[in-house]
Design a protein around this ligand. Structure first.
Ligand SMILES: Nc1nc2c(ncn2[C@@H]2O[C@H](COP(=O)(O)OP(=O)(O)OP(=O)(O)O)[C@@H](O)[C@H]2O)c(=O)[nH]1
Ligand SMILES: [Mg+2]
Length: 270
């Protein structure tokens, strides 16, 4: 058996309580503050949970996984490089809508994941309105209510992460079904990726969907990284629907927004 610790990564919006949760896990005193971007680089801390060695990485806060900021790009690369065995997406229960924008993009990456619905102590009445079971079933991964301030749910969160790892479950990353015209475009570009990409892992069904979505968004870093696959980029571009130029930004935002709207519809208690 390998001595290498199991690696977990805390990913979430700025100020959602990632470092507070880390401190609760380790008993440490890493800097927290009631303002965004307190943590500016990846911090890794070691701990033991139920006899298992863990290394927990606290990633700088981000709102999305585009390539528009160095933090977002480095978080994305960290996850794509599979540095984390399990991603812990910290969701601010008081800012659910804003948080789920990132969540839907993380799920589409397809890495093993669990969700910490944090700040439940602060927004108890709001948090009670969130249907955790529905959210969890839609995202295809456990959702645990936590408080970074009081330590509530932290042990259960670690249990859930280890359980996901032990059972080898990945989220249902194609859970977001876009509107017909977007879905058709995603599938058209995905077929091009599956036929043409040189990397077998990217050609497989789910990996190709993530790449198709990023190519359709016109993601700068992805296009640059795929520079070696010029033919693929060209074919992908030709397969994209003809967005009017004035609609370009809207079309790009449409993809993650659609996931967000679906999540919100599902997880608000009816
Ligand atoms: N009431 C309450 N406050 C919390 C909770 N978790 C964190 N906080 C507070 O929220 C603020 C932000 O916490 P941090 O742990 O620094 O958040 P972060 O996600 O690491 O923020 P960045 O490093 O800026 O991305 C601090 O004032 C914390 O005390 C919680 O569950 N409940
Ligand atoms: Mg922090």
């Amino acid at each position: 058996m390998s001595d290498k610790p199991i690696t977990l990564a805390l990913v979430g919006n700025p100020n959602c309580g990632k470092t507070s949760l880390l401190n609760q896990m380790t008993g440490g005193k890493d800097l927290v503050g009631n303002y965004p971007h307190v943590t500016v680089q990846v911090v890794e801390r070691q701990l033991t949970h139920k006899g298992r060695a863990l290394s927990v990485a606290d990633l700088p806060g981000i709102y999305a996984l585009t390539s528009q900021s160095p933090e977002e790009l480095s978080a994305r690369e960290y996850i794509l490089a599979q540095h984390a065995d399990v991603v812990i997406n910290v969701i601010d229960a008081g800012n659910l809508q804003r948080s789920l924008y990132l969540t839907t993009q993380l799920v589409e990456m397809g890495r093993p994941i669990v969700f910490a619905l944090n700040m439940v102590d602060e927004v108890e009445s709001q948090a009670a309105e969130i249907d955790v079971a529905a959210l969890s079933s839609m995202l295809g991964a456990p959702v645990v209510r936590t408080s970074g301030k009081r330590g509530k749910g932290v042990a259960e969160l670690l249990d859930a992460a280890l359980d996901v790892l032990d059972r080898g479950v990945a989220p249902q990353r194609s859970f977001v079904h876009y509107d017909a015209h977007l879905e058709e475009a995603v599938q058209r570009v995905q077929a091009v990726v599956q036929e043409n990409h040189t990397d077998a892992a990217v050609r497989e069904q789910e990996g190709s969907r993530w790449m198709a979505i990023k190519l359709l968004e016109g993601d700068v870093a992805m296009l640059r990284a795929e520079g070696d696959h010029q033919r693929l980029v060209e074919l992908g571009g030709k397969s994209a629907p003809p967005w009017p130029s004035t609609m370009g930004c809207l079309a790009k935002a449409c993809l993650p927004m659609r996931g967000l709207v679906m999540c919100m519809e599902w997880c608000q208690k009816r």
